[in-house]
Structures are given as C-alpha cells and as structure tokens.
Design a protein around this ligand. Sequence first.
Ligand code: ATP
Ligand code: MG
Length: 582
Amino acid sequence: MEFKVYAKPEPASFRKHPNLPDLEKARAHFSWDDVGRELSWLPGGNLNMAHECIDRHATGTRRGKIALYWEGRDGHTETYTFAELKNLSDRFANVLKVLGVRKGDRVFFFLERIPEIFVALFGTLKLGAVAGPLFSAFGPDAIRDRLADCNAKILITSPELRGRVEEVKSDLPALEHLIIVDKGGREATPLKHYEIDYFRAMEAASDHFVLEPTSPDDFSIIHYTSGTTGKPKGAVHRHKAILGQYLTARHVLDLHEDDVYWCTADPGWVTGTSYGMFGPWSIGVPLVFFEGPFSAEGWYKILEKYKVTVWYTAPTAIRMLMKAGEEIVKKFDLSALRHMASVGEPLNPEAIYWGEKAFGLVFHDNWWQTETGCMQIANLPTMTVKAGSMGRPLPGVTAAVLDDRFNPLPNGSEGLLALKPEWPSQFRTYWNRPDVYDSRFKNGWYLTGDRARTDTDGYFWFVGRADDVINTAGHLVGPFEVESALIEHPAVAEAAVIGKPDEERGEIVKAFVSLRAGFTASEELEKDIKNYVRKRLAAHAYPREIAFLPSLPKTRSGKIMRRLLKARELGLPEGDTSTLED
Ligand code: ATP
Ligand code: MG
C-alpha cells in the first residue's frame, strides 16, 4: 500500500533567532556525558532531581532569586525564592519521613494548581519516594484506578477535592494518610484520624533534611498517559530524566538566566512536570504558575503582567485563542514575549500563521510523549520552521519511520514513528503492565504508536495515531492533514476525522466539526466545506460525511478523542473515559 503525498503549495517557513548557538551543529559531537557535566550531581555518582532543580540554586548564587510566581484563581499572588523552596521542600520531606514513607513508596498528588504542589513534589523526590501527580478534575473512579494501580501510601489533596477520594477510600487499603492542604483556610473542615493538616505538619517539621541517596536509575515520577487511545498507562521515570529535560529546556525552549517562563500545562500531565518544573528549574529560570481557568483575556493578562518571555502551550489552547480573535491581543503589552512553543497534539499550520499575525512570533512545534519524558523531535529556535512539521530529531535522538516489519523506510514514505533506545528520560516501564511495555519495543526500536513521514531535509511530519489512520479505497489517509485543511475553512473552529466502515471503500473519511461563532450548520455549508477540502487535498481524502457538533470530545489534557467519536459513530462501547473532559 502506498501513501500519497498530497500536492499542495510549499508550506510557509519562518526563520528566527539566526544568531543563537545552534544545537543542530553539535549533532555530530553530541554525548549525554557532556550534558551530564552541566549538572551538579551528588557524591557517589548519585543524582536527585530536587537537588538539580532547587538545592543547588538555593545554596549558590541564585538563592535569593525568585523561582516561582503564583497567581491564584482569585487574583491572590505569592512568590517563592529558591532558598525558600529548599527550606519548604526539606520540611515536607521530613513530614513524609515522620509518617513512615520510605524510598520507593508512592506518594500521590491531587491538588489544584497551588504552590504547595511544588513543595510537596520536590520534598517527595528528596526522600527518594516516587511522585504520582493527578489532574484535579479527575472523578472518584479515575482516582481509585490510579492510586490502586500504584498502591499509593500517601495522597496530598485539598478540602475541596478530598470528597472524591473519600468515596473510594475503602477500595484503597494501601493508602495510609491524606495530607490536606487547606490553602488560605478556604474551608475549615474537621480532620479524620488518617488525615493530616499540611500547614500544621509543616510548622512542626524540621527544616534540616539530608537527601536520601538516589541513583540516576531510581524511580522519580509516575505519569499516567492521557488516555487518548485507550486506558491510561502509568509511565515510570527515573531521576536521570533531568538530563533530557535540562538539555531541551535550554535549547528548544531557549531558556536563559533572565527569562520568565510560563508553561500552561497542568502538573497532572507530563508537560506540567517535565517542563512546568524540572527543565526550567534545572536552569534556574523563574516560572509563572496560574491557577485560574482558561480565558483569552485572562491568559494575555498573565503574559503581560509577569512579562513572560518564553511561553509553552498546546494546540487546543492556541485554537481557542484563535477563536477569540487577534484584536483582543492588541489590548495587551506582550512586548517581553520572545519565544513560543507548542506540544500535545499536531499543530495545524493555520495556528502558526495566526500566531505570527497575532504575536509577531512563531509557535515552535515539538513532539514527545509521556513515555519519552522529554522532547524528541522539535523545531529549534535556530531552525527554519516548516508550518505543519514537528521539526527534526534532537541531537541525542535517533528517530525513524518504519515499515510494518519494523525496518526503516526511505524519506517521503509514511509509516510507524520509532525511536532508538535508550535516552536518559526514556520511561523505565509501565507500572504493573510489563507486557504492554515489552510490546512497544521491536527490532531494536521503541514504537511510539504514532505515524509520520520525513522529508528530504530530515523534517518529520505527523500523520496521525497508528490507530486513527484511515484506509479508504487502498489509500492511507492521515487525519492530521485532513483536519488541518478543514480548519483552514473560515467557518471551522475545530475538526476531527475518523475512518467510517464502508462496503465499497473499506472506510470513508468522516469529519466532526465545530463551527466558529457566527456560523450555523447547513447543507450548503457542509457542501462548501467538502469542496474546500477536496480542492485543498485529494479527491479520496475529503470527508464524504460531515457531522456538526457544538464541541469535540477531548481528554482533560486537551486532546481530541477520535476513538470516542468512532465508538459513538459505530455504536460500540466507549472504553475508558476517565480522562474525558466534562
Ligand atoms: P494514550 O497513550 O493514553 O492514548 P496520549 O498518547 O494522548 O494518551 P500523551 O503521552 O499525553 O498521551 O500524548 C502523547 C501523544 O500526543 C503523542 O504520541 C502524539 O500522538 C501526540 N502529540 C504530542 N505532541 C505532538 C505534536 N507536536 N504533533 C503531533 N502529535 C503530538
Ligand atoms: Mg500515547
């Protein structure tokens, strides 16, 4: 079967920051040992992420430097220096120690976006315990599944969220304590015998703590995947992941000493820790952490107020900002902003064009997954960005497109996106799912589960999830390309396509579309959209059916759930919906 490369105009390209040192040039001489030499390590070859991210700054020249700017949902603000964070995370490590937590125990987090999540998570790492962050919008079943899977011993939560845990507590015999963070006395609640008041325990704890020795291979954090393609899996990472996070935060996010950086991802997802905590703090760069919900105005206010220089966000958010229009951007002074990057879903070319118009800057797409721990394929600030491409594999990364027998394909062919093991931030296993873990390694490659193709410049182009690729009349159609063409239509805000079984063609392309404000669904509009895509792509790739929906089903991390659209279309069971957005 052959993949058709659609005839379409050369994608626009942008070149920025031509004078920055080019990591690309270093590709031939790259070694992880050299990267390791830029970190500070601990005696005996030990490595601890909390030491790299907090303690070494707190005991050096950055001790008084602000590490965290927090803005609460009610507008309340707090700042923390590296020295303060060291003191607090040392105290928290002692709180856990007194509770009998030992190296390797699982400590979970179910909190709103408040500063205490940083304190508690780094305190957990200092003790050598394994951190498990959960997204605060999870319901009781999602919480139970993850805590039970990991036999979590401690859960740190808030008065508002603990009710959801209580509902399932009897199913969690390993869970010994709940530590309740009653921030600002938001709710005065009597504590049960297994509940501990965070602030009282912190006050009583010593601020002297000697880091538990952790080797680079000791487990640090478990992140459950987004559940876009099926039941979420617990990807287990090690302390040495910091090497990859450090390198990419420096060279892909282009973070420097005087930057102010905002990662919009929630710490419940891997982006929110790898780049919302570890990468930037390993460089000593201050973070902005915003508790409030998404709104275009609210987000621009944060960018303006904190003079954010580097901004890392996601395609869904960018599409929502596009919906709000570019006029509103002009109301804010965003002149500090100098670099923007995106991850999580394919970034439609339209979003890049819009970003250029609205901010005068280009969103730099990069690709990675929960399992990879850090970015693997990226548009460096020094590279020419080809709109619609994820960029090129980073130095230290060997990526390839494989055929169905797991052998590399030549440029231009579409196939399985794979990476050569192993890199420092590579996941070590799926918790309790070694069989699934093993099944991801074939013929000396790690299979990512995505499909892609390369071009002659070595750029990688995302095609779709392996499960989502559509086979229509012998042609393989990647959903991303069709969706990108759909959202170029002026009426379309968001689009997802699936393969719908069809007697004649095997599958047809079916599109689900939500419209921009001011447009209403009609047969005429449907025809117009179909024609638009047919002209833009190829005859076989246009959606033969279009359904208009008010919004598309997404994971709570903002990924469109095509499997759900497909299950609903075919009347099949919906599968795991624990990460489905309300
Ligand atoms: P699950 O594995 O549970 O189905 P998930 O794959 O969505 O969920 P994540 O690890 O959060 O969980 O997401 C990684 C996936 O997101 C990648 O495998 C890819 O499909 C998609 N992705 C991330 N970044 C990009 C990007 N820049 N371009 C295209 N796809 C991307
Ligand atoms: Mg995945």
